[in-house]
Design a binder for this molecule. Structure first.
Ligand code: HPA
Length: 253
């Protein structure tokens, strides 16, 4: 059996991978508990790819309750070494309007109260009792980011290269003042699930990159009086056209 070339974690509005064929479903348990749902492994345009819906396939797990550790450990147990995180986000700066795809290179973590490390002393696995101080200067794996950008060129998909992802607590959206603060801090994008996922991936030794899907202008950045879920889902769906080709090309590497 071919190894899994790439795992994809889908965010809000992306609960499955269209075009994934010959699918086997895995329901793994991990030393951190159970992941958000089944892991679907199959062939995507010739590449062996795994898919996991971060919030569960029925979007039942809110951002602060996701077992990020179990999700990543479950993928690792299946032999995955590269993870592409799809994150549905709000756009803050001009390059990141609705329906844009981006591949950020920095992040700022505003989340709180989440289990953000594998070094908690609560695992049965003695390897996790070693305290890790991993380097996180570049929170996304530069080589995998380059593969994402190269795949975008090959498939003709426009992707904004770089930017800073601000990870907020949710599940509510932000106030205008909170977004103004994120903008002053240098954030280009805002989402609720970028952390602790990226940090945990680094601790677990996984290559990890984010493909951000802009669903709306963040509060106060566009003309919207109100951000609606209908708008978010419609924009994610529109921006996801051609995603299968892009993902297969990233997996092809
Ligand atoms: N803020 C935070 N997370 C989001 C947003 C937003 O505006 N849109 C989609 N996910």
């Amino acid at each position: 059996m071919l190894p899994i070339a790439l795992a994809v974690i889908g965010g809000t509005g992306v609960y499955s991978l269209a075009d994934l064929h010959d699918v086997e479903s895995h329901h793994p348990d991990t030393r951190f508990g159970k992941p958000s749902g089944p892991i679907r492994v199959g062939r995507l345009l010739g590449q062996r790819v795994a898919f996991l819906a971060r919030h569960g396939e029925g979007h039942s797990v809110p951002p602060h309750r996701i077992n990020y550790r179990a999700n990543l450990a479950a993928l690792q147990q299946l032999g995955v070494s590269q993870v592409l995180a799809l994150n549905t986000v709000g756009g803050i700066t001009d390059h990141y309007g609705p329906r844009v795809l981006g591949c950020p290179d920095q992040l700022i973590d505003y989340t709180w109260g989440r289990v953000s490390t594998i070094c908690e002393g609560d695992s049965q696995d003695s390897a996790d009792h070693q305290v890790l101080h991993v380097d996180f200067g570049d929170p996304y794996t530069p080589l995998l980011r380059q593969r994402v950008l190269a795949a975008a060129r090959v498939t003709g998909k426009a992707i904004v290269d770089g930017g800073c992802y601000g990870a907020t607590q949710g599940p509510r959206l932000e106030t205008r003042a909170e977004i103004a603060r994120l903008k002053r801090d240098g954030c280009d994008l805002v989402g609720m699930t970028g952390m602790p996922e990226a940090g945990l991936a680094r601790e677990l030794g996984l290559q990890y990159a984010c493909l951000a899907i802009v669903a709306n202008w963040a509060a106060g950045c566009g003309d919207d009086e109100e951000i609606t879920m209908a708008e978010v889902l419609a924009n994610v769906q529109a921006a996801s056209a051609g995603l299968a080709e892009l993902i297969a090309e990233i997996a092809r590497g």
